[in-house]
Design a protein around this ligand. Structure first.
Ligand code: MTE
Length: 322
């Protein structure tokens, strides 16, 4: 994404964005209020593509977890990817990620926790009930998708490992294995790919530990067997093929910040008013939906999740802490 350019024009839509997001969220709340009266396990509604093993999830009741936008076709969500460990072209991950072995797999939990340990993927899958969450994913490059993920709140795992009072941030370390990942031969990033969140962000119920999408296990190119999804942040905060979750006292380094600190910050909240130094973030292109000449959509503050997450950033200068 480093070298991709978006020459979209800046539309002064800032004043329109918040009321629309709030309005949409009210509708969502009404829908969820209704949903809450149904038995807890209302089935997912996304049709399975029938390509990989089924991974059912009940519809999430977490506020904001079910956006009403049309979902992106599975074919687009699984072939237009960023996963630099398999190459930098959008088609590379789908082309090369068959060499990734998602079993056996362990995720290490370490650092400032009372109960560190190694979690086998099968145990991790069963740690909490799997839910379907329909999230917008907004890439910093200026495109977006709407993906029905399957997983549970990362907070479920965090609660169980009991962070100490010193745990202020969470670092995510993803797989870096040259045998499985041809892209590691390139020095485009420092490997392993690392990301991080502040503790309150990691504990936010919308922060998802995802094991599947579209009712099936994750395709390798989307981060099998387990990844993070943080829907109000640019997509690069959502690390794929996770092998380590580390609880730390200080803000951890992140791959894109290390690569280009003036372009990618630690927070990376979706923000139409803070442009990337080389392109505007005011608009976005919805993959799979818009034709070549279709009008771009206005980017939403916090990707449309402002009612749920805005409070966490109250008082911060989002231009400085981008
Ligand atoms: N995780 C790893 N390990 N390596 C990557 O290159 N790319 C990120 C993120 N997670 C990336 C990663 C970026 S830039 C985006 S936009 C999303 O994954 C894309 O997720 P998707 O392909 O499932 O849509």
């Amino acid at each position: 994404m480093h070298y991709l350019r978006d020459r979209g024009t800046i539309h002064p839509l800032g004043s329109e964005i918040t009321p629309r997001a709030v309005y949409l969220d009210r509708r969502r709340w009404l829908a969820l209020a209704g949903a809450a009266m149904w038995p807890a396990l209302s089935p997912a509604q996304t049709a399975r593509p029938g390509k990989l093993a089924a991974l059912p999830g009940s519809r999430s009741t977490v506020p904001g977890a079910l956006v009403m936008d049309k979902t992106t076709p599975y074919g687009d969500a699984s072939t237009y990817n960023n996963f630099y460990e398999f190459g930098t072209d959008k088609a590379d991950p789908a082309r090369h990620a068959h060499t990734l072995k998602p079993r056996p797999w362990t995720v290490a939990v370490e650092g400032e926790v009372k109960k560190p340990g190694n979690y086998d993927i099968e145990a991790l899958l069963k740690l909490a009930p799997q839910e379907e969450r329909i999230y917008r994913l907004r890439c910093v490059e200026g495109w977006s998708m709407v993906i029905p993920w399957v997983g549970y709140s990362l907070a479920e795992l965090i609660r169980r490992v009991e962070p100490t009072g010193n745990a202020k941030f969470v670092q995510f370390v993803t797989l870096a294995d040259r045998k499985q990942m041809p892209g590691l031969a390139s020095s485009v990033l420092d490997w392993p790919y690392v990301e991080g969140l502040r503790m309150d962000e990691a504990l936010h119920p919308l922060t998802l530990l995802a094991f599947g999408m579209y009712g099936e296990v994750l395709p390798n190119q989307n981060g099998a067997p387990v990844r993070v999804v943080v829907p109000w942040k640019y997509g690069f905060k959502s690390g794929k093929s996770l092998v380590k979750i580390r609880f730390v006292a200080k803000q951890p380094p992140t791959s894109w910040e290390l690569a280009a600190p003036s372009e990618y910050g630690f927070y990376s909240n979706v923000n139409p008013q803070v442009d990337h130094p080389r392109w505007s973030q005011a608009t976005e292109r919805r993959i799979g939906e818009d034709g070549l000449f279709a009008k771009k959509r206005a980017t939403l503050m916090f990707n449309g999740y402002e009612p749920q997450v805005g409070q966490m950033y109250a008082g911060m200068d989002l231009r400085k802490q981008f």
